[in-house]
Design a protein around this ligand. Sequence first.
Ligand SMILES: NC(=O)c1ccc[n+]([C@@H]2O[C@H](COP(=O)([O-])OP(=O)(O)OC[C@H]3O[C@@H](n4cnc5c(N)ncnc54)[C@H](OP(=O)(O)O)[C@@H]3O)[C@@H](O)[C@H]2O)c1
Length: 269
Amino acid sequence: MRRTVLITGTSSGIGKAAVMAFHRHDWQVVATMRNPSRAADFGWPADILVERLDLNDPESIEAARAAAESRFGHVDALINNAGYGLTGAIETCTLEQVRDSFETNLFGTLAAIRAFLPGMRDRNRGVIVNVTSIGGRMTFPFYGYYSAAKYALEATSEGLWHDLYPSAVRVKVVEPGFTQTAFAETGLKMGTIDLPFYRERIQRLTERLKQGNTGTPPDVIAECIVRAAEDPSRRLRYHAGLYAGPLLALQRLLPGTWFMTLLRRNTEK
Ligand SMILES: NC(=O)c1ccc[n+]([C@@H]2O[C@H](COP(=O)([O-])OP(=O)(O)OC[C@H]3O[C@@H](n4cnc5c(N)ncnc54)[C@H](OP(=O)(O)O)[C@@H]3O)[C@@H](O)[C@H]2O)c1
């Protein structure tokens, strides 16, 4: 029997690539996004079900779940991919910006997990894949709040892994490194408080981001997400893409502040 996957944030980047990757691997796919009319231009096969899902709108999560179940019976895999970055110094982002970013990157994702988990527990089957980031394992300069939300999602995933141990429902975390998507151009919000102390360093970072994205193609991350979803083992973490493996290895080897100095020097060139 074909398995069904529901993916959040499929209007672009990794989520969009994941739709076709799962389809290629013979999954029935529910592609969700905030504005489903965008999918009209994607040329996706007609059997892909496109539904509206905004992580900040709990009713849309329920409606997408109901639509998926009505078409395919049940959902075997939930891919929590949707998210955005907040960049700036800890002092230059307003608390409202921080709350908004946690609302999407953490609380919205938790709402999606809570919508799909009861069905998976009842069937004693299923997998939840949370797309965090290499920034969920380490903090780059001016990404403190983004990392805070991704660390929280990593911790929640570990908690869920323990919770679900007696069942066959699996929990996976995919941690992409720098990936070639619209994330840096449209998926990133900047702190809106301008403070002279940070101005030049933040400007330099912003200019570097504008210089073009040379990261891993999103298809590579999408294949890693499929691999995680299809892995029957209890392995929790999968890192993917440029620099992720070497950075994690260096983090293990070097004393903490040496590693942070290395991250800072390489980011703030
Ligand atoms: N690109 C990287 O270098 C990188 C590295 C590590 C981790 N990641 C993570 O990978 C995931 C995908 O990012 P990406 O690189 O593919 O960036 P992207 O192209 O900007 O895609 C982000 C997706 O999330 C959606 N989204 C944002 N807020 C949402 C909300 N409230 N409800 C539902 N969908 C929402 C966006 O939808 P709209 O089109 O409606 O805005 C978009 O489809 C994110 O979780 C990101 O943190 C990315």
